[in-house]
Every structure is written in C-alpha cells, then in structure tokens.
Ligand binder design. Structure first.
Ligand code: CA
Ligand code: CA
Ligand code: CA
Ligand code: CA
Length: 316
C-alpha cells in the first residue's frame, strides 16, 4: 500500500498544475459594522483591525493567504477612514452586490470611501519550483461616478489597481491597472473574472491592491485570488527548495521581514562588515526591528529548525 502511494505521488508530481496560494476571504470572521480608523488621517500608517468592526487584516492559518492594510493620505490629507467606512471582509450576500454566482462562497473584500489611498498587501508567495504561473481573480466595480483619470493623488482622481510585486527586486507587474483612465469606463456593477500570466523570473511574489476613492458609493469588491502554476519538481523537492528565507524590503530602513515556508522561531544574527555582531535575537513573527542600525551593508545569519542561511542586508 505504501509503495503504491509513493508511485502515485511521483507520477502526479511530474507535470501537475497546482494551486500555489489563494484566498476567497472565507476564513476571516464577518462583522457587519463599519471600520473606523483611530489613526491620524494626515499621515501614512498601517491599519489596525478594531474589535467588533469589519476586519481589514488577516493572519493566515495555513489555508487562505493573509493580508495587511495600509493607509496613505492624499497630497492634501482628508478624513481618510476616520469617518467610518465600509472596508474589509464583507458578506457579499448581505450587501448590495447581487450576481454572486461567479464568486466562491459568500465573503469578499470591499473598499469604499477611503478619502485617501487604501493599500492591501497579501502574504508573499514563493514561486520557486513553479513555471507558467497565473493569477486569477474576480472583481466588481460599483458606481459610475468616479472622477478623474487616477494619475493624481486627490479626491477627484479615483483609481483602482491590482498588481504583483517581485520582492526580490521591487519590480511591479500590473494585473488590473486603469492608470490614466477614468474607472467609470470600467464600471461593471457585476462580478467579472480575469486571469494574467506572471513573468517566469519572479521567485517571491506579493499581490497588492491599491484603491483611491472618496464617496460611499465608489466601492470596489474583489474575491477569489488564486496563484496557479506548473510544478517542475516533486512537491517534496519544492518544499525543500522553498525552505529558504525571504528578506524584504532590502534595502530596508526601520524593519525587515524575514519569511520562511515553515513556522517556528527564527534566530537572527546581524554582523557589520568588520565581522562584529550587532544584533542577536530570536523572533517568533516575521518582522525584525532594525531601526537601531545605521546606514550600511550587513550580513544577516538566519537559523530556523537547525538550518541556516546568510543574506546581505542593506540599511538605507
Ligand atoms: Ca469568497
Ligand atoms: Ca472615509
Ligand atoms: Ca471620487
Ligand atoms: Ca468621503
């Protein structure tokens, strides 16, 4: 019985298409209370999920991708999300969407009335060992009242962009980008699906959604993000290859994210170019505070579960 299982897995792994990462926004809890940002709308900041309000951030538990939301003000700051807005994970069957049959499940993500810029960043996706990677999605653009062509940072220049960032070099690839267009011309008011192929040289991809809107009826919904690809190795070999660490942003300034494909504490040692150890710490999350480091080049040794890797870290 064991032998058969082994052979089967070998055959499947030879050229199989596999789902690499996905979210349908079905795992986060639903709270049908508007989100109110308690931060300063005049300055850019990470958004924090508030108790008993619509969820804007989600930590992955191994199934759907996690995501974190940020806010950036207009050039001349407005109220942002401090006035209470429908943003975050919503039950689309309870909202004014309709035509949900093309989406999966009942939940999606809604962004409206930002009065500034809303940037939703998803967990990095390791594409090592995959080729022919595609990203598919569903979206709905409500209202036909959007103003401007999205090229300026104010309330009469609404925009909505989905893109993938290559975390190894910062390159950005548009998935859905109306740059220079009035998004009224893209007004859908019903769910519409899309799929794009990603460049073959991306190893660590981050999905990002950017929305700039200024009215409650200027609402964007999206759902069903799926990274698919062709596995070039056995899934076991991919797991081994992916058990490396991603470090970003790099160059970095106040903090650096150190991610790996396995969970557990990571020991981080940072040395300057003279070989002097400046930092020696253990982190349980991905984020390391490096604000005490002065500008320059450092070597960072990351150890997790007995395996180590050394990477160059540049501090701006
Ligand atoms: Ca869904
Ligand atoms: Ca608002
Ligand atoms: Ca507007
Ligand atoms: Ca508003």
């Amino acid at each position: 019985m064991k032998t058969i299982t082994f052979l089967t897995s070998l055959l499947i792994s030879a050229t199989s298409f596999a789902q690499i990462a996905f979210t349908s926004f079905e795992e986060p809890n639903i709270v049908t209370v508007q989100y109110t940002d308690l931060g300063d709308p005049a300055v850019a900041h990470d958004l924090v999920s508030n108790e008993n309000e619509s969820i804007v951030n989600f930590t992955s538990t191994g199934g759907e991708m996690g995501f974190n939301a940020r806010y950036e003000p207009y050039d001349v700051p407005s109220t942002g999300l401090t006035d209470g807005d429908w943003v975050g994970v919503v039950d689309v069957t309870e909202f004014e969407v309709g035509a949900i049959s093309t989406t999966d499940g009942s939940q999606g993500y809604k962004i409206s009335d930002v009065d500034g810029n809303y940037i939703l960043e998803f967990d990095p996706v390791d594409l090592t060992g995959f080729t022919d990677v595609t990203l598919s999605f569903n979206l709905l653009i409500k209202s036909s009242m959007y103003e401007g062509n999205g090229t300026e940072n104010h309330s009469e220049s609404d925009t909505f962009r989905i893109y993938v960032k290559d975390l190894a070099n910062g390159a950005e690839y548009d998935v859905f980008s109306p740059l220079g267009m009035n998004i009224t011309s893209l007004y859908l008011n019903f769910w519409q699906g899309g799929e794009v192929s990603l460049p073959s040289d991306i190893t660590t991809a981050q999905l990002i959604v950017h929305v700039r809107t200024s009215e409650p009826e200027e609402a964007i919904y999206f759902d069903d993000f799926v990274f698919d690809g062709k596995a070039t190795l056995s899934l076991d070999d991919i797991n081994i290859k992916q058990n490396q660490f991603s470090v970003y942003p790099n160059p970095s300034k106040d903090f650096v994210n150190i991610t790996s494909q396995i969970s557990g504490n990571k020991n981080i040692e940072i040395y300057n170019l003279l070989g002097k150890r400046i930092i020696n710490t253990t982190i349980s999350s991905d984020r390391l505070n490096v604000s005490e480091l002065i500008s320059g080049i450092y070597m960072m040794k990351i150890t997790q579960n007995g395996s180590s890797s050394t990477k160059k870290l540049i501090i701006k």
